[in-house]
Design a protein around this ligand. Structure first.
Ligand SMILES: *Cc1c(COP(=O)(O)O)cnc(C)c1O
Length: 457
């Protein structure tokens, strides 16, 4: 980036960004300026301001894609005008969405005799709303058909991401959050019987719990619901929130049964923009069969030409992310996805080994069986808190969040590092060096050498 771009001989243009009038004042912030400014001056100043955001490479809190290839950047730039809703104007973009739904349904072992039913969304949150609405509609239809009241729906889940709390509140469903058992990293199947009843529209099982990065045992949850049905008659479907795991498990753990191989799984969502490796702004939801998605949730749009079905909360939405998702599927193939995710898993396990070797930490999840991530807590006698460590790491630009686990383990504060495409082994080694430095500053008993070459107090 040119900080002092000189543009001699161009009349009406400023010679230097920082001598332009806009640079010599604080930028107008809360009221639009009266006059226009030169585009490159405004661009450079905004570019500079955004450096204050910190860099996403060191944001180890996010599950989302932060590394994008040049080709993806080009696709995104070239598709700025594609509106996902204009399926008649942009039939190829619509077709590509359809291909992605088929590819994803196949990855999730959708039964071959059914045409997959699904769509893209802005992310897993919208996908969760659509999945939850379908559950609610189906439950209500069944209750009404049986002549029973349908005014008190509930949804049963473990430590869910906030989107399910939003779903419950926005769409008037009681959320029955099952508390974490001592030592548990997610919902445990034997807990369900106390929470499920005739008004349960579904159970959410999470493939990649936000707080711990572990998978909930979907097959065992399905089995527990089979037993509940045998005892009570309540036939409760599962929605799998596979926001992260939906693009990890099929590649790193193909024999793990969590998907449409389980009859009870009615629908699955995932974030294309997490381990799906697409740029920000795309999620997916797929239903087992067309029956799992009640017809009256689908709207038909005829004023764009044609008569196109849509099930979405948004109307207009960018199409570039969907096209970039398809690009990634073609570019990497199954083998490429497997290698990317396995590289992340290996790096996460390396990090877990380093962290546990430092002394004061206790691993809750070591990156070997679920998401490529590490989650740990601090032993009681460390003499500092994980929040202190978060702050220390922040001085070197690392964003490593500390937070309490959900009830009933909320006395346990944990720290979590996500290893994503683009985070190499060396980056994690540098992080470990900074953790060691931080521990020395905090006075924690690290087992590493107290003075390393090049380190100055
Ligand atoms: C990230 C996440 C979500 C929300 O997904 P967005 O794509 O950010 O909307 C929902 N559930 C789980 C388990 C997640 O990890």
């Amino acid at each position: 980036m040119a900080l002092h771009r000189v543009r001699p001989g161009r009349p009406g243009r400023y010679e230097d960004v920082f001598t332009a009038p806009l640079s010599q004042q604080a930028l107008p912030k809360y009221r639009m300026p009266d006059a226009p400014s030169a585009p490159d001056v405004v661009y450079d100043l905004l570019h500079e301001e955004l450096l204050l955001d910190g860099n996403s490479v060191q944001n180890l809190a996010t599950f989302c894609t932060t590394w994008n290839s040049d080709e993806v950047k080009r696709i995104m730039a070239e598709t700025l005008d594609k509106n996902m809703i204009d399926k008649d104007e942009y039939p190829q973009t619509a077709e590509i969405e359809n291909r992605c739904v088929n590819i994803i349904a196949d990855l999730w072992r959708s039964p071959a005799e059914h045409e997959p039913m699904g769509c893209s969304t802005t992310g897993s949150s919208e996908a969760a709303m659509l999945g939850g609405l379908a559950l609610k509609w189906r439950w209500r239809q069944a209750r009404e058909a049986a002549g029973k009241p349908a005014d008190r729906p509930n949804l049963v889940c473990g430590p869910v991401q906030i989107c399910w709390k939003k779903f419950a509140r926005y769409f008037d469903v009681e959320l029955r959050e099952v508390p974490l058992e001592p030592g548990a990293t997610g919902l445990r199947p034997h807990q369900l019987a106390h929470y499920v009843d005739e008004n349960t529209i579904g159970v959410v099982a999470i493939l990649g719990v936000t707080f711990t990065c572990d998978y909930e045992p979907v097959a065992e949850i399905a089995k527990a619901l089979d037993a509940i049905q045998a005892n009570t008659g309540h036939d409760v479907p599962i929605h799998v929130d596979a926001a992260s795991g939906g693009f990890v498990a099929p590649f790193t753990d193909p024999d793990l049964v969590w998907d449409f191989r389980l009859d009870r799984v009615a629908s699955i969502n995932a974030s294309g923009h997490k381990y799906g490796l697409a740029p920000l702004g795309v999620g997916w939801v797929v239903w087992r069969t067309a029956d799992a998605l009640p017809k009256d949730l689908i709207f038909y749009v005829n004023y764009l030409g044609g008569n196109m079905p849509t099930f979405a909360l948004n109307f207009s939405r960018p199409g570039g992310e969907v096209i970039a998702q398809y690009y990634q599927f073609l570019r990497l193939g199954r083998d490429g996805y497997r290698r990317v995710q396995e590289a992340c898993m290996d790096t996460a396990q390396y990090l877990a080994g380093q962290i546990s070797g430092l002394g004061p930490f206790e691993l809750l999840y070591d990156g070997s069986t679920a998401l490529p991530a590490v989650c740990y807590t601090l032993r009681g006698d460390a003499g500092f808190t994980l929040y202190d460590l978060t702050e220390q790491l922040r001085t070197r630009g690392w964003q490593v969040p500390s937070y309490p686990l959900p009830p009933a383990r909320d006395q346990t504060v944990v720290q979590r590092v996500l290893v994503r495409h683009g985070a190499g082994r060396d980056e994690m080694a540098l992080l470990v060096d900074d953790v060691k430095r931080a521990l020395r500053r905090l006075g924690g008993h690290s087992t590493c050498a107290p003075h390393q070459p090049g380190f100055h107090h």
